[in-house]
Design a protein around this ligand. Structure first.
Ligand code: COA
Length: 178
């Protein structure tokens, strides 16, 4: 039997549109400012980031999904997003964030489940991501959604302060072996 994902706070997930991009970039800036969770570091080039998101919206093999809570000045407020991009060899890479005030309430799971569904419908055979080893919340979420650890890049990413960070590679099949 199919289960319906929980909708914390009445959250809805929908495909982003051009008019969402500024807020997505702003929320990415906020999370990047926390300095611990995502690859981006501040300051980054906001226009370049917006352009990359706009290209994803125009691409049949990529998308950005946003989670919105009903209410707010314009009728709903965005509290997180996930981007998905399917490589020509069929693997859907993802990256996601939830704004700090809304974490721990099921929004991340809702976004991830929606992205898995989108990627499967779009024909991907597998999902993949990279996560910092210290990001326990994210790793738990990914494991609980069926991702397994496939390896590690060691002292791979140089941060602005010169530190070299590892990343954990995780994957989740979307189809059986063939
Ligand atoms: C990682 C992130 C997306 C998770 O989203 P979220 O909305 O907070 O997560 P949810 O409330 O949907 O929780 C889903 C699962 O994640 C895990 N989780 C979430 N927060 C956790 C925490 N603080 N500690 C441990 N596990 C946690 C749990 O397994 C949880 O399932 P459970 O509630 O049944 O125990 C969110 O914390 C976030 O945006 N962090 C900053 C950006 C980031 O790390 N992005 C991912 C980069 S790889």
């Amino acid at each position: 039997m199919e289960t319906t994902p929980a909708r914390p706070g009445g959250a809805e997930v929908r495909q982003a549109s051009e008019s969402d991009l500024d807020i997505i970039v702003e929320q990415t800036w906020q999370v990047a400012s926390e300095g611990r969770w995502i690859g981006a570091e501040v300051p980054f080039d906001r226009d370049a980031r917006r352009e990359r998101l706009a290209s994803a919206l125009a691409d049949d093999y990529a998308t950005v999904l946003v989670a919105c809570i009903p209410g707010g000045a314009d009728g709903s407020s965005m509290v997180g997003h996930i981007w998905v991009s399917i490589a020509p060899y069929g693997v859907a890479d993802i990256g996601m964030l939830v704004v700090e005030a809304w974490r721990g309430r099921g929004i991340g799971r809702l976004l991830l489940e929606s992205a898995i569904q989108w990627a499967a419908d779009a024909g991907a055979h597998k999902m993949a991501l990279e996560v910092w080893p210290h990001n326990e919340a994210a790793i738990r979420l990914y494991r609980s959604a069926g991702f397994v650890e496939e390896g590690r890049k060691v002292r791979h990413y140089r941060r602005r302060n010169g530190d070299l960070w590892d990343s954990v590679l995780m994957g989740r099949p979307l189809t059986g072996p063939s």
